[in-house]
Write a protein that binds this ligand. Sequence first.
Ligand SMILES: Cc1ncc(C[n+]2csc(CCOP(=O)(O)OP(=O)(O)O)c2C)c(N)n1
Length: 617
Amino acid sequence: MFQPGELKVYSDHMAATTGRDDSQSSIRPMMGNEAIARGAWEAGVKVAAAYPGTPSTEIMENLAKYPAQDLHAEWSTNEKVALDVAIGGSFAGVRSLTSMKHVGLNVASDSLMSQTYIGVNGALVLVVCDDPGIHSSQNEQDTRIFGQLAMVPVLEPTDAQEALDFTRLAFDLSEQFDTPVIVRSTTRLSHTRSLVQTGERVELECKGFLEEPRKNVMIPGHARLRHGALIEREQLLRDYLETSELIRWEPGSEEVGIITLSTAYTYVKEMMPEASVLKLGASYPLPEAKIREFCVSVKRVIVVEELEPIVENALKVMGLKVEGKALFPREGEFSTEVVREGFEKAGLLPPSVKLETIDVQPMARPPLLCAGCPHTSAYMALRALNSRVSGDIGCYTLAAVEPLKAIDTSVAMGSSIANATGIALAGTEPRPIVATIGDSTFLHAGIPPLINAVYNNANITVVLLDNHITAMTGGQNHPGTGRNLRGEETHKIDYDALIKSVGVKWIKTIDSYNMGSVYQSLREATEYKGVAVVILDRPCVLDPVKLKGPPFQVNAEACTGCQTCMNLGCPAISWTDELYEGHHKVTIDEAACIGCSLCAQVSSTNCIEPVAAPQKS
Ligand SMILES: Cc1ncc(C[n+]2csc(CCOP(=O)(O)OP(=O)(O)O)c2C)c(N)n1
């Protein structure tokens, strides 16, 4: 139960650190990402840039809800561009932020690794959201390792209040210690709501551009000097953390001390409320003296951290006897159950009474493309053409599974074209080699590999799946939509001109809903010697507006159960109990059908037809 008194005490505690004026504040429920945006706004952020990615997307969407005169907020073409824009804001002397999902930092890391040497002028904050449990990502990496590599502080909020407070504080620390600062979130924090006490925005004077080439220009002679500055900065940050309220010692039993952080803290408090706890609001760098003091105050020390043993290993390097990953998994998302099991293994909790389980599994429901998804036709055709398909990251990755099962590889954003190039240049693949890539992904990281494919004379077909939106992450604008983050009109990419300009000679734009043309053009493209590009053009059925055309129906008498339409994997089509010569017939859910007509086009018996419009009386 929420105790207003408790929250007040807590907010007083952080208000001292963040400089928040609580007389101006209000309390309301906020999602972690909304709280991060609020913290940045309160800190006076002026430039904010991001590329969408679950679970980080709502940070920039919420920042864009603040007035344009307060800050510039943008969708950038990719995470490196976003970080570079934020770095530009910092160079200009204003507080700047970029946000991204964990894999986004791989893309942005080249700039981060230099910017950490440069430091900041206006504050520079990177909010990076990890995805333990891989709810919606291509891997499960731990951003804290990047913090160590770049030697930048990593703040780790536990709940939405801390998400706001730590983000706000991150801007101050960035300027105070001349460093980019990472605020690390995870899916559980980013997407969970809890009560948050908000404050007011601070308006800061722009510092102006700092004319200091030896700091701003990373040539070897300058970088050598700056590396030493980084090491000094790390020590200063350690000293700061020794007494900072980011590191909270909660005294308890001397039998066991638990060092924990992020959302794992809440599971620890629930499972072991009597233990001594050292809560780390920052996982890098670590305040050694405080940690040693904590460790000698208890008989046994256990580190509870999700994903990699970052803190555990650091403590072991310090010569401390601690336990951690021997008890808790290194993969997957934590929960109270996972943490309880770890404490049971440690002998700290009695084995829990295992609940009687019912041996009935829910029906497996594989993820599917939407009814009427314009990506479907490409994969039907590519399968019919027996193509070797390098896929990419987007909704269309779902075509890798049954029933379309038409994608052979999927690595990382923008990889498809160069993967296909490599397969082609290996000279061993007899099947037509095709790369499929969405419009947002193409603009993110697909253009350099297309240039490369032309430059190196690869024999490949590139299918640009242009659904006019970034669908996978919930429908964000990008340069191909002609609208920016705030929905304002801006320049719209002309794909045809862009693709021709890099030297592609064979290019066709086709309506994704015209099955015959899709098949025919893909066949011609795969027969072409060189790089051929087919642009499949149709808006997403969900974004920016939900589409609903006149639905189709199955003429049950004519249906022979041939199942050709079922191969589309359309969720509006299902089997009935009715049989025709041993085969189940099919039916269409009119409410779900959006009238794309693809099923009618592929049907071998012409048994699918539009639902007759009701007669007007
Ligand atoms: C480096 C990286 N950044 C962001 C994401 C999140 N993400 C996954 S797919 C995708 C783009 C999907 O848009 P598009 O290519 O247009 O395909 P659609 O989903 O619209 O079919 C994004 C932003 C990611 N997986 N990796």
